[in-house]
Design a binder for this molecule. Structure first.
Ligand code: ADP
Length: 438
C-alpha cells in the first residue's frame, strides 16, 4: 500500500509539474512573439491586452529583456520576483531553465530571432495543481493508514481463528501429565494438518499410557515376586531365633534360606536381563554365535545342577555345514533364552525330558523344543509371554513368570521368531528360528 501510494503521489506530482511548465513555456513563447515579432504591438499595448486576458496563469509575472539585459516588458511591478545576473547567464547558457522561487514556478527562456536574442521569464503559481496534489496526498495517506488498520484488525481476527486449534491443542497438552495420561487433545475437523498432528499426538499418548500401565504392573509384580522369598526368609529366621536349636535344625533352616536367596538372585538376574534385552539395540548383536555349541554347553551345565533333567539333542540332515549354525547375536542372551525354554520343558514334564531338534531352513536355523508335559491352556497361549504371567496349571511348580518374556524379547531382538504349540495334558512344542550369518 505504501509503495503504491508513494508511486501514485510522485507520478502525479511530476505530471503536474510537466503540465504547468508546458503552460509556462507556451505563455512565454506567445508573449515574446506578440511583443517582438508583431510591430504594431508595443509593451504598453501588450500590458493592456494581458491585463484582461482570461487565460492568464494565476499570479502571472512576465519579464522580457534584450541582449543588454534592458527590460522591454515587465509585469513584475511589485518586484516580488528577483532575477540575478547569474540566473540570466544560466538562461543564456542553457536556453531554457526551470526553477522555483517561493511559491512561484519560474521558466527562463532564450528567445532568438534572426538578428537578436531576448530573455523571456515567466513565473506563476500553480494554485489548483498544488491544491489537487495536496488533496491527493491526504487521501492517499488516510487510505493507507485506514487500510493498514483494517489489515491489522483482519489479520488479528483471522490469524487468531486460524491458530485457535493449535492454541487449543497447546492448552490441552499443558494439562496432560503422567497422572493424567488418559486425556486426549481435540482432533478438530479431522481432515486438516492440525487434526493430523492432534491424531498423531493422541496415538502417542495411547502408547505412552499403555507403556506406563505395563511399567506400573511390572513394578507391582516385581515387588511382589521379591517380597515372597524375603517374607519366607524373614519367617524362617524369626522362628529359628525363638529358642536354641540343634545344629541339624540350623542346617535345615539355613539351607532353606539359601534356596530362597538363590531364587532371589535368579529373579534379580532375570529382571536385569529383561532391562538389558528391552534396551539393547541390534548394534550390540554383532558377534558370531554357534547355536549348536550353546545348546551343548547348556546340556553340560544342566547335567551338573539338575540331574533328573534329560536333554535329547538331534541335528537334522539339512544341517551339514558348521556355517549353517552360526548366527549374529549375544551369546549370553541366547544361552539364557534357550536355558529358559529347556528348563521350562523339563520342569513342566513328569518325565523331565526335552527333545531338541536343530534344522536348516532357507537362511534360518530352526530349533524345536518339545516335551510331553502338562501343556498350556489354549486360552492362556497369548498371555504366557507377558511379564509375571504364570499358567493356571503351573502354579504348583516353582517359577516367577518372567522367563518367557525374556525369551520373547531376546529372540525378537535377534530378528528371529518364536511359535508356541501346545495341547493341555499332552505336551508343548516351541519353535525358534534365527537368521543365519550368511
Ligand atoms: P515360569 O516358568 O517361571 O512360570 P515362564 O515365563 O518361563 O515363567 O513361563 C510362563 C508360563 O508359561 C508358565 O507359568 C507356564 O504356565 C507356561 N509354560 C512355559 N513353558 C511351558 C512348558 N514347556 N510346558 C507347559 N507350560 C509352560
Amino acid at each position: 500500500m505504501l509503495i503504491a501510494s508513494g508511486a501514485i503521489y510522485f507520478s502525479s506530482a511530476s505530471y503536474r509539474k510537466e503540465i504547468f511548465y508546458n503552460r509556462l513555456e507556451s505563455k512565454a513563447l506567445n508573449t515574446a512573439k506578440l511583443l517582438i515579432e508583431i510591430e504594431e504591438i508595443d509593451a504598453a499595448l501588450l500590458l493592456k491586452i494581458e491585463k484582461d486576458n482570461p487565460v492568464n496563469l494565476p499570479y502571472e509575472r512576465i519579464i522580457i529583456l534584450d541582449y543588454k539585459n534592458d527590460t522591454l516588458y515587465n509585469t513584475n511591478t511589485s518586484g516580488e520576483l528577483l532575477f540575478s545576473q547569474k540566473s540570466l547567464d544560466r538562461v543564456r547558457r542553457n536556453y531554457k531553465v526551470f526553477y522555483k522561487q517561493g511559491d512561484y514556478e519560474v521558466l527562463g527562456l532564450l528567445y532568438t530571432t534572426k538578428f537578436d536574442h531576448f530573455i523571456v521569464v515567466v513565473a506563476a503559481k500553480d494554485i489548483v495543481g498544488v491544491l489537487k496534489l495536496k488533496n491527493l496526498g491526504i487521501v492517499l495517506l488516510v487510505a493507507t493508514l485506514m487500510s493498514l488498520l483494517l489489515f491489522f484488525i483482519a489479520g488479528w481476527i483471522y490469524s487468531g481463528r486460524a491458530l485457535k486449534p493449535i492454541s487449543d491443542v497447546v492448552k490441552r497438552v499443558e494439562e496432560i501429565s503422567i497422572t493424567r495420561l488418559n486425556l486426549r487433545v481435540s482432533e478438530g475437523n479431522g481432515t486438516d494438518e492440525i487434526a493430523r498432528l492432534a491424531k498423531t499426538f493422541n496415538q502417542m499418548l495411547e502408547r505412552l499410557e499403555i507403556s506406563f500401565a505395563v511399567q506400573k504392573d511390572f513394578i507391582a509384580n516385581a515387588s511382589h515376586e521379591l517380597r515372597t522369598p524375603l517374607t519366607s526368609i524373614n519367617g524362617q529366621l524369626d522362628v529359628l531365633l525363638m529358642k536354641d536349636r540343634t545344629s541339624a535344625e540350623y542346617k535345615a533352616v539355613l539351607s532353606s534360606v539359601l534356596e530362597d536367596i538363590k531364587s532371589l538372585i535368579d529373579l534379580a538376574n532375570r529382571l536385569l536381563l529383561i532391562a538389558r534385552t528391552s534396551s539393547e539395540t541390534s548394534g550390540n548383536l554383532n558377534s558370531k554365535v554357534r547355536v549348536d555349541e550353546v545348546i551343548w554347553q547348556i546340556q553340560e551345565e544342566m547335567k551338573k545342577y539338575n540331574k533328573d533333567f534329560h536333554i535329547n539333542i538331534s541335528i537334522d540332515d539339512s544341517l551339514n555345514d558348521s556355517e549353517q549354525m552360526v548366527v549374529f547375536g549375544d551369546e549370553y542372551l541366547l544361552k539364557t533364552a534357550f536355558s529358559n525354554l529347556i528348563d521350562n520343558a523339563c520342569k513342566y514334564s513328569p518325565d523331565h525330558t526335552v527333545n531338541l531338534l536343530l534344522e536348516h531352513i532357507d537362511n534360518f536355523i530352526k530349533i524345536t523344543f518339545e516335551d510331553r508335559g502338562i501343556g498350556i491352556p489354549e486360552m492362556e497361549m497369548d498371555k504366557i509371554t507377558e511379564p509375571f504371567y504364570r499358567g493356571s496349571n503351573a502354579k504348583a511348580y516353582p517359577g516367577s513368570g518372567i522367563g518367557l518374556q525374556l525369551v520373547n524379547q531376546t529372540i525378537k531382538g535377534h530378528s528371529g521368531t518364536i511359535h508356541f504349540f501346545s495341547e493341555l495334558g499332552s505336551g508343548t512344542k516351541i519353535t525358534v528360528t534365527l537368521p543365519l550369518c550368511y
